[in-house]
Design a binder for this molecule. Structure first.
Ligand code: GAP
Length: 512
């Protein structure tokens, strides 16, 4: 199965099993907006819980916040979003399709990498055990040629971005012969800047200032509450403020399902530090965040770092964590050292002093900020796409979602073998005992095999089958999702066994 076919299957599986629906489907849908169904919302809530506990509960100096989506419009002027939160767009005149010019070039650059990797894999097969990858990469002429071409395009691209040179960006597309994936032609328009913020009107704000924005990031809600939290929480630097919430961007090229949405959720944390210590904290947070991802056990090889070639004018270091999605390695989280840019800007635009008095150093300063920012929906996609698995069992295909047990939407399904002989009543009793602690599902329709398959398809780690023996000796069959193994256990032991495996503490413990 190609990665493209796999991705299509994952998208339709998400719909079929109540994880994700197209928004407004009844009215033929709204592009790049999605609704989370009965299973999707559980998985999403569990990811949030994992992030929140890892950030706020495990780090005593990190506290939470829930700021409003609507904010004073000057905030977005101060943050630079009104003037510079733009994407460079280009249209293909033949297909009439619109693209992000920077993404076209980035995808083109990535193709050189793919070519290099193919050469490496070919050589690995040819040389077997004796293969020395490092040596091959640094001496093979074909690899060196690809690398040189890639470096040259990259350097031109970075320069064009830095100079905000839209003609230069277009020229790279022309010179590199980049074609429209739909029409296959190079008939491109000029490159234009397009602001990504949605605006709306607020009735009560004074004349002339009634345009407000749907926030394009949650971070500014944290910056403008820095003083409130620091003072009321008597926070000492270094400390962090964490927030989970909706963000909105008028993405022009919305692709790849929930990877790029117009309404999405972010989990962001701003860590306020003493100037001069920011790069040290930056490294610490990079390490912590990668550990958080890896603790899920999706595979260490699924992650890689991407160092920003072009730093935003306010940043002095920036890395992304990229995840190996079915459509390739793409950004899932950004870790940025943002200096004191945002707080200084808000100080200037609001006319209010935003400073910290450091008792130990006996000095006042505007703190520097290290930011960790992850998209909840991208995180969701990373889990669901690596969990999706098709297995051949005899002449049947089993589709199973191997979601890490603590994040699974339903932890245990309680299934009476038949709908008579008091088995449903006993199953319900067990269910009532478990549901105080665990998200359970009760199912009595269809054969037990079909019910197991339905639970596999939503990633339920355990099924309990209540049969005639259960009524006699107080035991049930416990079936494990991943191995399909079945064991006989006492009803009194179920809660302990399931909780042991599904407890979010299993993930958190690995972070300590
Ligand atoms: N405060 C910093 C900030 O917003 P960003 O790189 O623009 O940085 C952070 O966004 C994260 O938000 C990204 O790594 C990604 O996971 C997620 N994200 C950004 N735009 C998105 C979109 N249109 N749809 C889904 N997730 C998005």
């Amino acid at each position: 199965m190609t990665q493209e076919d796999l991705f299509k299957k994952i998208v339709s599986h998400c719909k079929e099993y109540g994880f994700i629906f197209q928004s407004s489907e009844l009215y033929d849908g709204l592009s790049a907006v999605y609704d989370y169904g009965q299973n999707g919302v559980e998985l999403k809530n569990n990811i949030k819980e994992y992030w929140w506990k890892a950030m706020v509960q495990l780090n005593e100096e990190v506290v939470g916040l829930d700021s409003a989506i609507f904010m004073h419009p000057t905030i977005w002027k101060a943050s630079g979003h009104v003037d510079a939160f733009n994407d460079p767009l280009i249209d293909n005149k033949d297909s009439k399709k619109r693209y992000r010019a920077d993404v076209l070039i980035e995808d083109h650059i990535e193709k050189f990498n793919d070519k290099i990797n193919k050469e490496v894999e070919k050589a690995r097969k040819r040389f077997g055990e004796a293969f020395n990858e490092e040596q091959f990469r640094s001496t093979n002429q074909r690899v060196l040629d690809y690398q040189a071409k890639m470096d040259a395009v990259k350097a031109r691209f970075v320069k064009a971005l830095e100079d905000n040179d839209l003609d230069g960006i277009r020229q790279i597309i022309i010179d590199e012969g980049i074609v429209c994936p739909i029409s296959g032609t190079k008939n491109w328009t000029e490159v234009r800047q397009f602001n990504l913020m949605f605006d709306t009107k607020l009735g009560s704000v004074a004349e002339g200032a009634n345009t407000i924005y749907l926030r394009p990031e949650t971070a500014q809600g944290i910056f403008v509450n820095y003083l409130n939290v620091q003072k009321t929480g008597r926070m000492k630097i270094p400390f962090g403020i964490a927030q989970i919430g909706k963000a909105f961007r008028n993405e022009i090229v919305a692709r790849q399902f929930i990877f790029r949405m117009r309404e999405f959720e972010q989990m962001e944390m701003q860590y306020f530090v003493k100037p001069g210590t920011e790069l040290e904290w930056f490294e610490k947070w990079r390490e912590k965040r990668l550990k958080w991802h890896k603790a899920l056990g999706l595979g260490d090889n699924k992650y890689r770092w991407h160092k920003h070639d072009k730093l935003a004018h306010y940043a002095n270091a920036a890395y992304d964590i990229e995840f190996d999605f079915p459509f390739g390695f793409k950004e899932i989280e950004g870790i940025h050292s943002r200096t004191n840019f945002d707080l200084s800007q808000h100080q200037q635009f609001s006319g209010k002093k935003i400073q910290y008095f450091d008792n130990e150093a006996n000095e006042a300063y505007t703190p520097y900020v290290v930011e960790t920012s992850i998209g909840l929906d991208r995180m969701f996609l990373s889990i669901i796409s690596s969990a999706y698995c098709e297995e051949q069992i005899g002449d049947e295909t089993r589709v199973v979602l191997r979601i890490p047990a603590p994040l699974a939407p339903v932890k245990v399904a309680v299934l009476p073998l038949v709908k008579k002989d008091g088995l449903p009543e006993l199953a319900e009793k067990i269910m009532n005992r478990l549901k105080l602690n665990l998200n359970c599902q009760y199912e009595e329709k269809d054969s037990i095999g079909k019910r197991y398959r339905r639970q596999d398809a939503i990633g339920t780690p355990f099924c309990i089958t209540v049969d005639h023996q259960s009524a006699e000796d107080g035991t049930v069959t416990l079936r494990h999702r991943d191995t399909m193994e079945q064991e006989r256990v006492s009803i009194d032991d179920i809660e302990r066994i399931v909780t042991e495996k599904c407890d979010i503490k299993n993930l958190l413990r690995q972070l300590m």
